[in-house]
Design a protein around this ligand. Sequence first.
Ligand code: IPE
Ligand code: IPE
Ligand code: MG
Length: 233
Amino acid sequence: MVIPGHVAIIMDGNGRWAEQRGLPRLAGHRAGTENLRKIIEECVNLNIKHLTIYAFSTENWQRPPDEVSGLMKLLETMLDRELKSLHKNGVRIRHLGHCVGVNKRLVQKITEAVELTSGNSKMVLNVAFNYGGRDEMVRAVQGIISDGLGVEEITEESISDYLYTAGQPDPDLIIRTSGEYRISNFLVWQGAYSEWYFTDALWPDFNEQELYRALVFFGKRERRFGQISAQIV
Ligand code: IPE
Ligand code: IPE
Ligand code: MG
C-alpha cells in the first residue's frame, strides 16, 4: 500500500449519524471523537507522518450555542483523556487555527498539549480547531506586512512559511466523509494539489476498513502536477 506522507480529514456527518438514531447531535460528536481515537492510532501504525483533522471551523461558531459549547467540552475531554497515550506513542500535536474567542481553560490545555509533545517525531497531528483557510491567509498577510517583507520576498515558499502549517508538507490526500463534495474553508492554500477522496460514510462510521479504501484509492492516482503521463517516472 502506498502510504501518503500527509493525510488530512474533514470529519463530517456526526450530526446526521445522531439524527438517524434519534439521538441529539452531541451524541454524534461523541461517537465521532471515539472514532477519531481509533483512526489516529491506525495512522500511527501505518507510519503516516502528518495527519490533519478538521475539528472546528471558523464558521462553526454559527451553530446553536449549546452545540458549540458541547464541541468545546468534547475537545477538552479528549485532550484530558488522550494526551498521555498520544505523547507515549510519539505523536506531536500542533494547533492549526487561532484562540480568539476560545475559553481560557481550553486554550491552556491546547497550549500544554502542544508544548508537552513538541519533541515527538513519530507523527505530527495537526488539529484544525477554530481554523479557516481564508482566516489563515489573512493572518499570513498581516504577518508578512508586520515583518516588513519586501515585494521580492513574497514567494510561494515565504507565504507557506506564514501559514499555520509552516514547515510541513502539503497534504497528499484529503478525505471528506458524509457525501459532501466541498472544501468548507479547509487547507485552501495547502490543498492546491491534493488528491481528494470522498465517501458517503458518516464520520463515526469511518473505520479502519474505510481508511484502507481511501489509501488504496490514493495508491491508484497518478499525480501529474501539470505534466503529462510520459514525464512521470
Ligand atoms: C462534523 O459533523 C463535525 C463538526 C463540524 C464539528 P457535523 O456536525 O457537521 O455533521 P452533519 O454534517 O450535521 O451531519
Ligand atoms: C466542516 O464541516 C468543518 C468540520 C468538519 C469541522 P461542516 O459540516 O461545518 O461544513 P459545511 O458547513 O457543511 O460546509
Ligand atoms: Mg457537517
